[in-house]
Write a protein that binds this ligand. Structure first.
Ligand code: HEM
Length: 436
């Protein structure tokens, strides 16, 4: 039973980052499931077929999310461990344990009113746009799409606004660290931020996700609480950043979008749907491990071997989604994890954040244009994400003394969020697991 061929296709190098769809075309020659390497010396199977992806995601009898037996085979400093190693959170557990953790996240997000969230996104957007609006140029990844979800999370989790630069700096340090020392410091800064957040809310509950996590009937232990907060922020940050920046890069480089920013038919939501389908923010994830040796879509896989789902390849498989370009709903794409118990629990808030962030930016800076053509933009290497490294753009500068609605004068800055949302109590009914 030979299950790894020596011909592992690398997903970690510059070739994959430069042209992932060329790599998916090569992988499809193996059939629905192909042998890949996600880091030097770390093999995996990658599902590139839409139906095979759904079959795996729905079959919890065969497939587990618990990586502990597999991760014991890796060196302790393996670069894939931060994304893959077991923790007591919703992502890495099955069954009742998973349901309990997940109910805390879904029930708490269900208390976030959409108009309250939209207000928080507008506030975060204006705060970030004010920092570069007068200069006439910006890197829309590092100065907008990457910090924005964190500024929003800082508010959603109930931290005072002046804490958000610390959260942004810590996570930026993790992405851009020059070496392991800087990365370790950034990690420590993030941990410190979460500890202070929890301490603050222990002292005084508020109308925020942290307080709802704490008071949830699931009764999380202090350790479990920290892990669900870290998971929610970490799982929410990277894909939302990529959703915003990948969609902006399409809007600003395609006349069908940019000539219609003020008057036309294609919208931010169209660009987002385009991204979800053909350039998903998480390209490959849903790490699963078979509980026993299994023959899956023609390939024998040993118990506890790593199998990943390529949402990007499955969405674009020749016999996958309908290719009717007039569809604006994105079709049944797998970008949010497709199906099964681990499908993204925050799909609606994520779509709201991305749409509102793009609309706010393009309404304040209505003549935005890229300074590097989209086909020359650089993408961050890595097996899991589809992430622009930078998105340089220019626009007519906007200044604080200018007439009209600007990031300094927006009406939203004077509206108190507390006045726009209502709190529902967490009851046993609201703690029942419900679909995302
Ligand atoms: C507000 C923003 C977001 C939050 C708070 C969030 C949170 C989460 C959480 C907690 C999970 C784990 C659920 C579980 O295991 O039961 C998850 C899963 C997932 N999310 Fe999101 N998410 C956000 C945005 C996004 C976006 C924008 C995308 C991509 C378009 C995305 C794609 C996914 C995928 C693919 C999974 C499945 C991962 C796996 O099973 O390995 N998420 N998300």
């Amino acid at each position: 039973m030979n299950y790894y061929t020596p011909d592992l296709v690398p997903l970690h190098g510059p070739d994959y980052a430069a042209d992932p769809h060329a790599v998916y075309a090569r992988l499809r020659q193996y059939g629905p499931i192909a042998p890949v390497e996600i880091s030097p010396g770390v093999p995996a199977y990658l599902i590139t077929d839409y139906q095979a992806a759904l079959d795996l995601l729905k079959d919890t009898d065969t497939w587990s999310k618990d990586p502990r037996i597999w991760q014991a085979t890796l060196p302790v400093d393996s670069p894939v461990l931060p994304m893959m190693q077991w923790r007591p959170n919703a992502l890495f557990n099955d069954g009742d344990v998973h349901d309990r953790y997940r109910s805390v996240i879904t029930d708490s997000f269900s208390l976030v009113e959409p108009h309250h969230l939209r207000h928080q996104v507008a506030q975060a957007a204006d705060q970030l746009i004010r920092e570069f609006a007068a200069t006439g140029e910006a890197d829309l990844v590092t100065q907008y799409a990457r910090p924005l979800p964190l500024v929003v999370f800082n508010a959603l989790f109930g931290m005072p606004d002046h804490y958000s630069p610390r959260l942004v700096a810590a996570l930026a340090g993790m992405f851009d660290s020059a070496g392991p020392e800087e990365a370790t410091k950034a990690n420590a800064d993030f941990e410190q931020y979460v500890m202070e957040l929890v301490a603050l809310k222990h002292g005084q509950r508020g109308h925020d996700l942290t307080s709802w996590f704490m008071d949830h009937p699931a009764g999380l232990s202090p350790e479990e609480l920290v892990h669900q907060i870290v998971l929610t922020m970490a799982a929410g940050h990277e894909p939302t950043t990529n959703l915003i920046s990948n969609a902006l890069s399409r809007m600003l480089s395609n006349p069908d979008y940019y000539s219609t920013l003020s008057s036309g038919s294609l919208t931010a939501r169209d660009a987002i749907n385009d991204v979800l389908r053909s350039e998903p923010p998480m390209a490959n994830y849903s790490a699963h491990f078979p509980r026993f040796n299994v023959r899956f879509h023609g390939t024998w896989i040993h118990a506890n071997q790593l199998v990943l789902v390529s949402y990007a390849a499955a969405n674009t498989a020749p016999d996958g989604l309908p290719t009717d370009s007039s569809r604006t709903d994105g079709g049944a794409h797998l970008a949010f994890g497709g199906a099964g118990p681990h499908v993204c629990p925050a799909k609606q808030p994520a779509l709201l954040i991305a749409t509102a962030a793009i609309e706010r930016l393009t309404s304040h800076l209505c003549d935005l244009e890229l300074t590097t053509p989209r086909d020359q933009l650089s993408w961050r290497p890595g097996p899991f994400h589809r992430a622009l490294a930078h998105l340089p753009a220019r626009f007519t500068p906007v200044t604080p003394d200018q007439a009209g609605v600007t990031p300094w004068t927006s009406p939203s800055s004077s509206t108190r969020p507390e006045a726009t949302s209502r709190q529902k109590p967490l009851t046993s009914e609201s703690t029942a697991p419900h679909p995302a």
